[in-house]
Design a protein around this ligand. Structure first.
Ligand code: F6R
Length: 260
């Protein structure tokens, strides 16, 4: 089962997430991170940035983005390559050459998924995958109906996701219709999953994902199949959880040697 940690704020969750990254990098300086984009991971990236300023060295870390939009021109400010450069690579002092994003350019799009899978494999797999969750229950851009065995491929975004992401663009119509995303099978191969969720709008999707039935209709429920999952949430995102008291009790009494 996933370990669910309910924190008082996104900032507190971010500190725990940063602890997990820091512990991994201490053990493996060239660890392979899986990086999410969107709003959710930003507190984690900010927390790590403060640690880098205080001496944490992430320069040997390698990373793979979860997903990318298809068809945005190179350097578009909302391409996930640009977003990751701005929000993670530069502030965290990552080596840009060791950070890969799926290739969303139209030319060669048919092979973008297979090329990305090969690159992840060549890097030895992902050690720690950071995940957010969509209001429709997606992780990566694996929309409802995605196979639990899926690998990196082109997907069509739901209207809900395009609507949710319109805030990053001048208009909803500008949100690309297609993406290249790590599959649920790709995500399940990572050695540790770190799912973050903040705010009331994520409460229903989160409860379905961690307490509901395994279902392709709730892609994030795939994490129930993974042996090592840490879910860091604030009170608002936890508000739909039936077993919240148990998760608090388990966390309060967690043997400290276990780590995250
Ligand atoms: C982003 C990604 C998505 C987001 C999800 C939540 O790389 O793969 O699954 O994590 O759409 O988005 P935010 O965090 O903006 O609410």
């Amino acid at each position: 089962m996933a370990e669910i940690v309910i924190t008082e704020s996104a900032a507190a969750a971010a500190q725990l997430g940063a602890d997990a990254v820091q512990a991994l990098v201490a053990e493996k300086p060239d660890a392979v991170l899986g990086l999410a984009t969107g709003s959710t991971p930003l507190p984690l990236y900010r927390a790590l940035q403060r640690r880098v300023a205080a001496g944490l060295d992430l320069s040997r870390v390698r990373a793979f983005a979860l997903d990318e939009y298809v068809g945005l021109e190179r350097g578009h400010p909302q391409s996930y390559a640009s977003v990751l450069l701005r929000e993670a690579v530069e502030p965290l002092g990552l080596d840009g050459g060791a950070v890969r994003v799926p290739d969303g350019s139209l030319e060669g799009i048919e092979t973008a998924g297979a090329r990305y899978e090969a690159a992840i494999e060549a890097a030895g797999g992902i050690d720690l995958q950071v995940l957010g969750i969509g209001t429709d229950g997606h992780i990566g851009f694996n929309e409802p109906g995605s196979s639990f065995a899926s690998l990196t491929r082109v997907k069509t975004l739901t209207e809900q996701t395009r609507h949710d992401n319109a805030r990053f663009f001048d208009s909803a119509g500008e949100v690309p219709m297609h993406c290249v995303t790590q599959g649920l099978g790709t995500i399940l191969r990572a050695r540790h999953l770190l799912l973050l969720a903040f705010g009331e709008s994520k409460a229903a999707a989160l409860a379905n994902a961690v307490e509901g039935a395994l279902s392709a209709s709730v892609p994030a429920s795939a994490i129930q199949l993974h042996p090592r999952v840490t879910v860091l949430v604030d009170e608002a995102a936890a508000s739909g959880l039936a077993r919240a008291d148990y998760y608090r009790y388990a966390w309060a009494n967690k043997p400290r040697w276990q780590g995250l």
